[in-house]
Ligand binder design. Structure first.
Ligand SMILES: Nc1ncnc2c1ncn2[C@@H]1O[C@H](COP(=O)(O)OP(=O)(O)OP(=O)(O)O)[C@@H](O)[C@H]1O
Length: 828
């Protein structure tokens, strides 16, 4: 026994109060193996147990344990445990040693540089091979599809069913269809014993089973996994085995089930390269209505389904259920429930006759995990309703209606096929729901396979010939090459996003431009405001200066008048000056703010033809300097009538009076920009008998002069002409009133030369005759009238009296005609 173990055991025994004297065996004795050690431990244990149970007397312990006398009984279980643990430790140590011997890590254990190099080489090689594989597999698919295209994208298989029991029972056991040695030809023996040859892509005999049929179908079916649209449909007379070929029975499964089975198998195969998702939809076209066959709750009223054209040009049925299928079990469940929902009925030709066209659509979404290419393709599996002769099947009522719909849609299908075969410009796809929904499958970039189902019975010979002729026409269609269907959903999404971004950018640019323009306008306005403020300040200064000067002058003249009041007129003038209200120390200047005044608006020129005898012209012009001049001048000129025209002859009682008034008017301040250089000329009819022309003109310098004058000029009329003799009562009076008007600030620069010209003209026109000029003190409307040459006009020619009113122009801001027609009054 190992000395170390003995020593350890002895120590442990002693610690627990066991007098244990374990001695190693003699030197001559061979070393004890671990098994021997275990055995020893077991013996010790057995011995201890015996001592505990039987109170055995002290005896010798074999194999080196010479003495062992437990003092107390309760220490034995602990000892036992210790021994157990020791044994376990030993065992673990042994296992450790064994494992260490097994795994000996040395520097040699790590791979060398050579190995690493070769691993790297292999990795690169693997990448190259992978790339080559992808290239090759795509090339294979391309070639494969090319082969199919060479064979024809519309392929026609003919399948003849076996004679059924009733046909045999009726004695027509002889088949009218003869099959040639080759697999793509057949002969039909007509009633006149003539033979008709038909050639198709493949001809299935009555003995050919479902597997044989599907074997030929596989190549075209698998194209859907490569991203091509595929359509397989069964056409033929009722009871010839269309449903049998497409759906089959649980024992003899048809193309539908086998196709999906194959698709799952291939997708499993390509799992590491392409990820596929399969969806199934099932619908029927019954009496020209589309019905979803996968709607679970048939109690609910079926929603109306319509065919719509999708963005990529394919025909879609929005709202149609697309059930995801994960395996053949799923598929079978879906097909079963769909077939149960399908409209079938019993006819004389077929006990379970399909009364509708059943369409199963498989949508395949594929994503290439290596290059990320996505595909979305459809596979249509169509079991058409059988063509039937209404007379032969003796259909009545609902069956008759169904038959009519079926035949109509099959006829539409025939028309489409004919149009496609003759390469007609217009293909009547929309003549029926069936052709509309199969539009892209029949004439588009799709691979189409048609099963023409025939009966071998002589009784169905005519229908058989019809079906075969139809199938021959279909085979003659030259369709274009099938196109791989990439998933355009994401592409369209990105396109829309790009469009939106472009639009947004355009909008942003427009907004930025607007902002810049606004900023520029703002800057310009601020500049203008500053200029205006400066101008206002200058004007205010000027006004203050002039006011001071005027005060000085007034005080001087007042002093002079009070000193020598010689004449009556001077005394009156002095009185007037005294009476004059003190000047307003502050001019009512409008506060100019940063808000710009509106753009200068032209006063509307209102002229209306009220009477060709009347002409009223008023012109008001305001100058800022006018405001500060404390003088008022009124000139009234009464013009003699001009030579009357012919028209006047017809209006003998009309008179014409023109009054021009120049007077200072107290009006609200107007901004310089609003001060139009030309006042509008307003004409209005005041009286049918009178014509009043008033011209109001304000001159700033005049306003400053401290004088008031009203000049009334009454000119004698020229000698009456012959025409006037006929109009003795006509008079023409022109009155021009010039009065300084207290107006808003104006600008001298705005005094247009045209206006000056006009003023000169007027002043010349209304220049007072020396003998008619009366001083202000004596001039009054009454006097004016009495002094006029026409004062003694007959009463019925009375003109509208002039109204002498105080100057009231408060609303110049509104710039209405009223504010410009300034009524005047004597300055007393
Ligand atoms: N190749 C065949 N082998 C064995 N039985 C067949 C075959 N073809 C058809 N049958 C049988 O003929 C009968 C009628 O077939 P099926 O109902 O498929 O005809 P159909 O063309 O779909 O008729 P319909 O247009 O009226 O629906 C069925 O009982 C079917 O099992």
């Amino acid at each position: 026994m190992d000395d170390q173990i003995i020593k350890m055991l002895t120590e442990k025994f002693n610690r627990f109060g066991i007098n244990c004297n374990l001695k190693p065996s003699s030197e001559s004795q061979p070393s004890v193996s671990t098994e021997a050690c275990d055995e020893t431990a077991d013996n010790v244990l057995a011995q201890l147990n015996n001592e505990t149970s039987d109170n055995m007397d002290e005896s010798s312990i074999p194999n080196g344990i010479h003495e062992c006398s437990p003092r107390e009984d309760h220490t034995l279980p602990i000892l036992k445990k210790i021994l157990d643990l020791s044994t376990k430790i030993q065992n673990l140590k042994k296992q450790h040693v064994a494992l260490s011997n097994q795994v000996k890590l040395t520097t040699e254990s790590f791979p060398g540089l050579d190995v690493l190099k070769s691993v790297q080489l292999l990795g690169a090689e693997y990448e190259v091979l992978k790339r080559k594989y992808v290239e090759e597999s795509s090339e294979r698919r391309r070639l494969y599809n090319e082969v199919i295209e060479l064979k024809g994208n519309i392929r026609v298989f003919c399948r003849c069913r076996p004679l059924n029991e009733s046909e045999i029972a009726n004695g027509s056991a002889v088949s009218v269809v003869n099959f040639e040695s080759s697999s793509d030809e057949l002969q039909v023996i007509c009633s006149d014993s003539s033979k008709k040859h038909f050639k198709f892509d493949y001809v299935f005999r009555p003995e050919d089973n479902q597997e044989t049929v599907f074997e030929q179908t596989i190549p075209i079916v698998t194209s859907v996994l490569d991203g091509y649209n595929v359509c397989i449909f069964a056409y033929g007379q009722t009871g010839t085995g269309k449903t049998f070929t497409m759906e089959g029975t649980p024992q003899h499964r048809g193309v539908n089930y086998r196709t999906l089975e194959e698709l799952f198998r291939i997708s499993e195969e390509r799992n590491d390269v392409i990820k596929y998702e399969l969806f199934v939809s099932m619908l029927e076209v019954y009496n020209e209505k589309i019905r979803d066959l996968l709607v679970e709750n048939s109690v609910e009223p079926t929603k109306k389904l319509e065919i719509k054209q999708a963005v990529d040009g394919t025909q879609e049925v929005p709202g149609l259920i697309e059930a995801r299928v994960y395996g053949t079990v799923d598929v079978w469940e879906k097909l079963k429930s769909g077939n149960q929902a399908r409209s079938v009925g019993s006819t004389s030709a077929n006990e379970l006759s399909s009364r509708s066209h059943c369409l199963l659509r498989v949508t395949v979404l594929g994503e290439n995990l290596i290059n990320g290419q996505k595909t979305r393709s459809h596979l249509w599996l169509v079991d058409l309703a059988g063509s039937e002769r209404v007379g032969k099947t003796e259909a009545e009522g609902e069956r008759l209606k169904e038959s009519q719909f079926i035949n109509k849609s099959l006829s539409a299908l025939g028309d489409v096929i004919s149009a496609l075969a003759s390469k007609s410009a217009h293909i009547p796809y929309r003549n029926s729901k069936l052709t509309h929904i199969l539009q892209s499958s029949l004439g588009g970039d799709c691979k189409t396979l048609m099963f023409v189902q025939i009966s071998p019975g002589a009784a169905d010979l005519t229908e058989t010939l019809c079906s075969l002729n139809f199938a021959t026409r279909v085979r003659g269609i030259e369709s274009g090459p099938a196109r791989k269907q990439t998933d355009l959903t994401e592409l369209n999404k990105y396109k829309q996003m790009v469009e939106k971004v472009k639009h947004d950018e355009k909008e942003t640019r427009k907004l930025q431009d607007n902002l810049q323009a606004m900023q520029m306008r703002l800057t310009t306005r601020e500049l203008m405001c500053r200029n205006l403020q400066e101008k206002v300040r200058d004007l205010e200064n000027q006004v203050t200066e002039e006011r001071k000067m005027r005060l000085k002058q007034e005080s001087k003249s007042l002093a002079a008048v009070s000193a020598q009041p010689s004449t009556m007129s001077e005394s009156i003038a002095a009185r007037k000056i005294m009476k004059k209200p003190p000047l307003d120390p502050r001019l009512p200047l409008r506060r100019i703010t940063n808000i710009l005044p509106p753009p200068p608006e032209r006063k509307p020129s209102c002229s209306s033809s009220m009477d060709e005898q009347e002409n009223i012209a008023r012109t008001t012009s305001i100058n800022t300097q006018d405001l500060v001049k404390p003088r008022r001048g009124v000139s009234i000129a009464v013009r003699p009538p001009t030579t009357p025209s012919t028209s006047r002859t017809l209006q003998p009682r009309r008179r014409r009076v023109s009054v021009a008034t120049l007077c200072p008017v107290r009006t609200p301040l107007r901004s310089p920009t609003q001060q139009s250089p030309r006042r509008p000329s307003c004409s209005s009819s005041m009286d049918g008998q009178e014509n009043i022309a008033r011209t109001t003109s304000i001159n700033t310098q005049d306003l400053m002069k401290p004088r008031r004058r009203v000049s009334i000029a009454v000119r004698p009329p020229p000698p009456p002409s012959a025409s006037q003799a006929l109009q003795p009562r006509r008079r023409r009076v022109s009155v021009a009133t010039l009065c300084p008007v207290r107006t808003p600030l104006g600008f001298p620069t705005q005094q247009s030369p045209k206006r000056n010209q006009r003023e000169t003209q007027y002043s010349r026109l209304f220049a007072p005759l020396p003998e008619a000029i009366t001083s202000v003190e004596t001039a009054s409307p009454t006097l004016m009238r009495s002094s006029s040459k026409f004062a003694g006009s007959p009463r019925h020619q009375r003109r509208k009296p002039l109204v002498w009113t105080p100057l009231k122009l408060k609303g110049l801001k509104n710039s209405s005609r009223k504010s410009l027609v300034i009524p005047s009054r004597p300055f007393y």
